[in-house]
Design a protein around this ligand. Structure first.
Ligand code: NI
Ligand code: MN
Length: 227
């Protein structure tokens, strides 16, 4: 009944539903702050938001070891097939699909998506999950965009937003994102992994809770949030 959501650092989450485990953007072996070893992760699905190395991460190794189905945009899916990954499901921006555990729709994201070897990775995306009556929006890597208001119209229980600045929204724009989305809860991510994206998530949380009605949970890598 309860969704168990574990942060593996950076943009990587394990979402455990009643029937399946979903791993988002598995950047684990390259992340000094990751609380797990990539070899130990168990999952049934892997979702990849865009082609950058800090999101594709250990996708190929984990997919080969576990047989997990990889969900990503069509271009990344083609690249994965060329790397020998057979269990894939391509989607694209604006499109949702009903899996046995729930639905996921790909949202726009303003960012890049070149793959680690320079291959074309299509357009980057965020994920809107509909699982067990809950709606979770993981913005993944993006700048602020006004269409976040449309995403918010769906009634978001949990928004996962980057606050690191430099490569994505920083704290000020992430606060504006919360005002557009109006989620019940927020978790900040994509900060502190590298020197260029150092932030104070607690100061951000205090600011968001002062200016909006959203509840902010600052997680440490390895922490679990139940929804
Ligand atoms: Ni990126
Ligand atoms: Mn990134």
């Amino acid at each position: 009944m309860t969704l168990k959501i574990t942060w593996y650092g950076h943009a990587c989450f394990l979402i455990e539903t009643d029937t399946a485990k979903l791993l988002v953007d598995p950047f684990i072996s390259g992340n000094p702050l990751a609380p797990v070893q990539a070899d130990d992760v168990k999952t049934d699905y892997i979702l990849v938001s865009h082609g950058h190395g800090d999101h594709v991460g250990d996708t190929i190794e984990i997919a080969k070891r576990t047989g997990a189905m990889v969900i990503s945009n069509f271009e990344i899916q083609n690249w994965l097939v060329n790397q020998g990954i057979k269990n894939v499901h391509p989607q694209h921006i604006g499109g949702g699909f009903n899996y046995p555990w729930g639905r996921v729709k790909l949202t726009i994201a303003h960012h890049g998506s070149a793959l680690p070897d320079g291959s074309y990775g299509g357009n980057p995306c965020g994920f809107l999950f509909y699982i067990q009556g809950k709606k979770i929006y993981h913005a993944c890597d993006t700048g602020l965009f006004f269409d976040m208001k449309l995403i918010g119209e769906e009634g978001i229980d949990l928004a996962i937003l980057p606050i690191g600045d430099n490569f994505t929204m920083g704290p000020d724009d992430a606060l504006r994102a919360v005002k557009l989305i109006e989620p019940k809860q927020v978790v900040p991510v994509h900060y502190d992994t590298f020197d260029m994206i150092k932030q104070d998530p607690h100061a951000w949380a205090a600011n968001v809770e002062k200016e909006t009605s959203a509840k902010v949970t600052v997680m440490k890598p390895g922490d679990v949030l139940e929804l």
